[in-house]
Design a protein around this ligand. Sequence first.
Ligand SMILES: NC(=O)c1ccc[n+]([C@@H]2O[C@H](COP(=O)([O-])OP(=O)(O)OC[C@H]3O[C@@H](n4cnc5c(N)ncnc54)[C@H](OP(=O)(O)O)[C@@H]3O)[C@@H](O)[C@H]2O)c1
Length: 287
Amino acid sequence: MDAQSAVYGIIGYPVAHSLSPLMHNIAFKELGVDAVYKLFPLKENELDGFFARLHESSSPIFGLNVTVPYKERVLKYLGNITPLAQKIMAVNTIVITKERKLIGYNTDAPAFLSHLVELQFNTREKKIAILGAGGSARAILAVLCMIPERPDSIKIYNRTPQRLDHLLEDLSARIDTSIVQPVASIDDLDIPEADLLINTTSVGLKPEDPSLVDVDLIHRKLLVYDLIYNPPMTPLLKTARAGGARVANGLGMLYYQGVLAFQRWANVLLDDDIKLKMRQALEKGAN
Ligand SMILES: NC(=O)c1ccc[n+]([C@@H]2O[C@H](COP(=O)([O-])OP(=O)(O)OC[C@H]3O[C@@H](n4cnc5c(N)ncnc54)[C@H](OP(=O)(O)O)[C@@H]3O)[C@@H](O)[C@H]2O)c1
């Protein structure tokens, strides 16, 4: 890296744990692009100043990822937001043009779908259960309601019911959420009847975290998808595997959103060889 290098990065708080630099920096290197991907841990009171500086012609920053807790909060700084991001009302990728215009994308939602395709899981007429109603649930719930391969039903539970109510009220202003049913307890998710269980909560990040779901509810036809990728096997995934279910962690989703983001920033379609190196870098970093 030198003074001329273009800068990309991730904003959030905290961001130290992010694996994104691993995949983006290897892609820049492979493409021979003079650019570097950095971590930007930003406190809330630093956001205004950070975004104001992005508009300066001397700024070396041309692209950003956005993570917890700012995916909704960054909307107000953006000149343009794609139709999908407008429906979800959350942005995790920002492109900064040469004219210093900021364009917001949501690449989390299509990334989740791409990973489901890779897992050969078709959502059409399936029964889906979701744990959590935070920022990542917003993208996943919205996209599951919008795809042509419409699920039969989506039951969703959150520890704080008011947050779930607010999420559904907000999404239903723009999206047909008629297949979604908020439930008051994990038992009401009807996991024994479900085809797909998605954990969007942060429970499982810490080694001492419990599995939110009891092994008795798990069955062999279930796919259990945990958005957490570090640790690769969360207590929920261990429980699911013990109960005979198929399991997947969120590393695939992280990878697909990163590929989509990189392709927007660099305006290229990455070839399979580079994409493989990006994925391998992530897998190495997660273990
Ligand atoms: N794989 C990927 O690419 C990807 C992308 C995005 C996020 N993620 C992961 O997804 C997880 C959630 O991210 P987020 O952005 O949705 O976070 P968030 O907006 O902070 O939401 C956190 C969610 O976890 C719930 N929760 C937290 N502690 C809980 C507990 N002890 N018991 C029950 N529920 C609890 C919260 O419920 P309350 O409302 O009751 O607090 C809320 O529903 C993180 O681990 C993140 O790393 C992965």
